[in-house]
Structure formats: C-alpha cells, structure tokens
Design a binder for this molecule. Structure first.
Ligand SMILES: *[C@@H]1O[C@H](CO)[C@@H](O)[C@H](O)[C@H]1NC(C)=O
Length: 295
C-alpha cells in the first residue's frame, strides 16, 4: 500500500485540517477587512497577511487608522504594543468616537515617556460633545515589551474600560440624574500616533528626541462582539468571541471579582481622577461623581 492511502496518514491529515479550520475561525479579525489607513501615507501599514498593523511617527508626520464599520454598543478588544525606548512626547490614541458637534467618545490615550519611566494611560468619556472626565493611570507592566489587551464594554447601562481584562474604569448610565450617556450615536474605532510634546510628558517639559525616530506602535487581535450600525439599523453579535469573556456583553456589569480588581487598580495605579479634583470644580463636582461610589 502506498503511504498516502494509509489510514494513519489520512486521519492525521484530517485531524490537522480540522485543527487549522478551528484556528482560522478562532483567530481575530483581519485588519484589511476591518480598518482603513487614514493618514500618514506609508507610516501606517498592515502586514503579516492582515494580522498586524503598525503606526509610526517621524518628524514629518504621524499616522492613523479607523474602522470601516460603525458600532452601537459592544465589546471591543484590541492588543497594543506601544512605542518602546524613549517615547517621551509621543501619544498613541486609541478611541471610539461618533461624529459631529455633540459627539460621544470613549478614549484611551497612552502618553510616552523617557526610557525606563512609566507611560501614563489617560482615559476620558465625552457625551453630547462634552468631556472633562479624565482619569489617569500607571500600568502594572511595561506596555512596550509585549502586547496587552485594551477593551471597552459598552452597553446601555455602562461603559467599562479594561486592561488585560482588569476593569480600570466604569462610567455608569446616570441619565436618571441628568448625565447624558452615549446610546444613540454609532461610533467608529480610531487610532493615531502623533506628536504631543507640547503637553504629553510632564506637562510638555520633555520634548521628543527625533534622533530616535521613527517611533512605532503595533496592533493585533482586534475583536468586536458588537452591534454594527448600517443605514440606520443595527445588527448584533450576541456572544463575545473573545477568549477573555464568555459573558454576554449586553448586560455585563462588574461582579465581585471585577470590583475587587477595579479597587486594586484605583488604589495602586490611579494617578488622577476628575471626580476628586475639588480645585478644578470649586462650584461642586460633576453630578456623576457625587453619586457613584465606584469611581
Ligand atoms: C514620566 O516619568 C515621570 C517620572 O517617573 C513621571 O512623573 C510621569 O508621570 C511619567 N509620565 C509622563 C507621561 O510624563
């Protein structure tokens, strides 16, 4: 008998075909399919058959991309590896935003630093065009050494920011006390790497060292379990395909374990919270701060 018809070989072949088809469906989205490179010419690039996206910044320009689709609620995961070495003055922004004056926005911004000094993760939530809800954190790892997962869970009750599945921030729907909540404007996902050395590192004191250019940030394993908005109606994926979560994102809140994690992050890694900044709000803290004990 010839080798290729032996039962051992063919079952092995079948098995490996089976495994590779599982891997194909389990692997996250393809950047060619899901995103458009929007500025910076060749500084924004998709490589590795669509599995990796790179943004870079040099003296002439930064770069950026945006999702092809618009989303209205969902769980959005992305893995990022940030600019390494001396990244002072660079900002990598990764956010969801709707369009127009009264837009809604959910922001992650990573402020670079000198080699060995910590990045700051800056977050904000805009509703109806109004932000001023900054919270800032250090990370409990070096975000330039490996990929880490940055996620947003956005459902009608709340927005949760997560880092490696640790909640770092919760913005609750408090429309009942008059705080607008993003719930009717679909958002795209955006990211850009740019020069913010007028404010980013130590308030703009530390400038970009252009001799270290180009600066590069990397993206992979994008996954959106979300409602996709198209021509005025939305269609939703019910289950998150993310290995991080098998809870339906539509109703997901913070369970006991997640609350414990959130408290740990706030206790050891939070460096700024608008909700405790009395100097900034002498007339009284914003209404969402007065009520919510969780922020
Ligand atoms: C940079 O490092 C300094 C010194 O550790 C720190 O005070 C600062 O918060 C860090 N981050 C930024 C973005 O300036």
């Amino acid at each position: 008998m010839e080798a290729f018809s032996s039962p051992k070989v063919s079952s092995l072949l079948l098995f490996s075909l089976f495994v590779s088809s599982i891997m194909a469906t389990a692997s996250a989205g393809n950047f060619y399919q899901d995103f458009d490179l929007t500025w910076g010419d060749r500084r924004a690039r998709i490589v590795d058959g669509g599995k990796l996206l790179m943004l870079s910044l040099d003296r002439a320009s930064g770069s950026g991309f945006q999702s092809k689709k618009e989303y209205l609620f969902g769980r959005i995961d992305m893995q990022l590896k940030l600019v390494s070495g001396n990244s002072a003055g660079t900002v990598t922004a990764y956010y969801l935003s709707s369009q127009g004056q009264a837009h809604d926005e959910i922001d992650f911004e990573f402020l670079g630093n000198l080699s060995g000094d910590p990045y700051i993760l800056h977050t904000n939530v805009f509703t109806q065009g109004k932000g001023n809800r900054e919270q800032q954190f250090y990370l409990w790892f070096d975000p330039t050494k490996n990929f880490h997962t940055y996620s947003v869970i956005w459902n009608p009750q709340r927005i949760i920011f997560l880092v490696d599945n640790f909640p770092i921030r919760e913005f609750k729907n408090q429309e009942s006390i008059g705080v607008p909540f993003p719930k009717s404007q679909p958002m795209r996902i955006y990211s850009s790497l740019w020069n913010a050395d007028d404010w980013a590192t130590r308030g703009g004191v530390v400038k970009i060292d252009w001799s270290k250019a180009p600066f590069t940030a990397f993206y992979r394993n994008f996954n959106a379990a979300a409602c996709i908005w198209s021509y005025g109606s939305s269609s939703c994926a019910s289950k998150s395909a993310s290995p991080m979560s098998n809870i339906g994102w539509q109703t997901q809140g913070l369970d006991v374990k997640s609350r414990r994690r959130l408290r740990w992050v706030h206790r050891y890694y939070m460096i700024y919270n608008y909700c405790t900044d009395m100097k900034r709000f002498p007339e009284g803290l914003p209404p969402e701060c007065r009520r919510s004990r969780s922020i």
